[in-house]
Each structure stands twice: as C-alpha cells, then as structure tokens.
Write a protein that binds this ligand. Sequence first.
Ligand SMILES: NC(=O)c1ccc[n+]([C@@H]2O[C@H](COP(=O)([O-])OP(=O)(O)OC[C@H]3O[C@@H](n4cnc5c(N)ncnc54)[C@H](OP(=O)(O)O)[C@@H]3O)[C@@H](O)[C@H]2O)c1
Length: 257
Amino acid sequence: MSDLSNKLTLVTGSTKGIGKAIAEAFIDKNARVVIHGRSRSELESVKESIGAFACVDGDLGSAEGCDSVLEQLAELGPVEVLVNNAGIFGVEEFFNIDDEEWLRYFQVNVMSVVRLCRALMPSMQENNYGRIINVSSEAAIKPLPQMVHYSMTKTSLVSLSRGLAELSKGTRITVNSVLPGPTWTEGVEKYFDGLAAEEGKPSQELIDNYFAEHEPTSLLQRFVDVKEVAHAVVFLALNGAINGSAQRVEGGIIRSI
Ligand SMILES: NC(=O)c1ccc[n+]([C@@H]2O[C@H](COP(=O)([O-])OP(=O)(O)OC[C@H]3O[C@@H](n4cnc5c(N)ncnc54)[C@H](OP(=O)(O)O)[C@@H]3O)[C@@H](O)[C@H]2O)c1
C-alpha cells in the first residue's frame, strides 16, 4: 500500500460536492491537498474550513484557463496525485443541443483532463510515482437519453484513463476512473430543477420518485453519499496494483458483472 502522507494532491472542482469530499478524504490521509475552483474568495474560505495546503483558481473550460492553473501549480512543486473531478452536467434535449454546447461539454469534461494529464504526468514518470483518478460517471456505460452529450464525455474519460494507464506500464504510476451513480450534491440539486422544468413537475416529487421511475435497477435505491465516492478515490490512490480500471460506485445500477 502506498502512503499518501505529504503527497502533493490536486483535486479539481473541489469547492463543493464530490470534489470537496475527495479533498477532505485526502487531507485525512495527511496529503498536501491543493483545492481548485473558479472563485478565489470561495476557494480561500473552503481552504480555511477544511485545512487544505493551497488553492489554485481557473476556468478549466479553455486552454488558457488550464494553463493558468498549471502556472499556479508550478509554484507548489510536482503534483503526485491528480484527481480530475471538475465537470458539468445538466438535462438537455438532444435535438436542442447545438455545436457550441457540445464543444463546451467536451472542453470542460474531457479536454481539461487531457491538458492536465499531458502537463502533469511527465513529472510522475520522472519520479516513478503517480496516481491519476478521473471522475467519470455511471452514464459512461449507461448513456442517459436526457444527457447524451454529458454521457459521451464520461465515456471518453474511461477510454482516456485506460489509454493513459497503458502509458504507465512498468512504472509506479496508476491511472483509473471512478464511475459514481447519482450522488447528492449542489450540482444534482440544480439537475433536478432542470428536470422539473422539462417534465413540468415539482422538483421534490421528482426527487422522491427518482429511483423508482428513473433508476429502477439501483440496488441502493438512494443517492450515493459524497463520502462514499471519496473513499473509493482514496482507495484507488492507496493501491498500487489497481491500474487501468473503471471503478463503479453506482449502487449496482449497472446490471452486468
Ligand atoms: N453528483 C452526481 O450525481 C454525479 C454522478 C456521476 C458523476 N459525477 C461527476 O462528479 C463530478 C463532480 O460532480 P458534483 O455533483 O460534485 O458537481 P458540482 O456540485 O456541480 O461541483 C462541480 C465542481 O466543479 C467545478 N467546475 C465546474 N465547471 C468548472 C469549470 N469550467 N472550470 C473549473 N471548475 C469547474 C465547480 O467549481 P466552481 O466553484 O467554480 O463552480 C465545482 O467545484 C463531475 O465530474 C460529475 O460529472 C457526479
């Protein structure tokens, strides 16, 4: 098992939701955690409240934003653990999604991960140690009709993770993806507001009936807790023998073995 003490760990999109829980879980393992988001004031307050090592800001939806994040990271030293968690999701009718929106999803959810891995993996290779964990989704292997664009980006992440794992052959670097199922976060609260508008029903009614109506195969029949996703990410970071895998944390929604 690998010791995470002192490891410089970047968690993208860690001002709230799953990312914040992941950051806290790594802090519990005494890692030096760098949190990330777009608002400097929000970052400073989260850094203070969870005891993070540092914070970096930037919009990961553009090459310039990724470069700015990388420049800030360069001041802190080589990143040893990279958790690509930042991502966007929302309900949109396929026939109404224009090219610009498709590309926005691809930029934030996929290209940010490509850009950060391309820049940060070489120092992991030089130091012969690294962990990369990409937060994908259950939607990667069960594309959602109300979020076709989002699902496609999450499938891309599973492929990207496996491809990068191939590049780690014979080293002490691992690259894995994590596939959470529906997890209760601020982002999901907004998702339900979108679904409510689309279906013309009150948001609370949709939440109460969500698993029966939308996720009948869920064995959990409740939302995953952010801490449950965070524990899976830390588990992958601790274990040097798991590489190139797609770890589900989806409460058994996917009916395959
Ligand atoms: N919640 C679920 O049910 C679920 C299920 C499967 C997979 N996931 C995946 O898990 C990840 C986190 O989801 P969540 O529910 O915790 O989301 P969330 O509550 O909406 O939080 C998203 C985080 O990503 C950051 N972010 C969003 N767009 C960004 C951008 N353009 N540049 C930089 N940072 C950006 C946000 O930072 P700001 O402070 O700047 O807004 C925030 O910290 C996502 O990749 C999502 O696809 C979630």
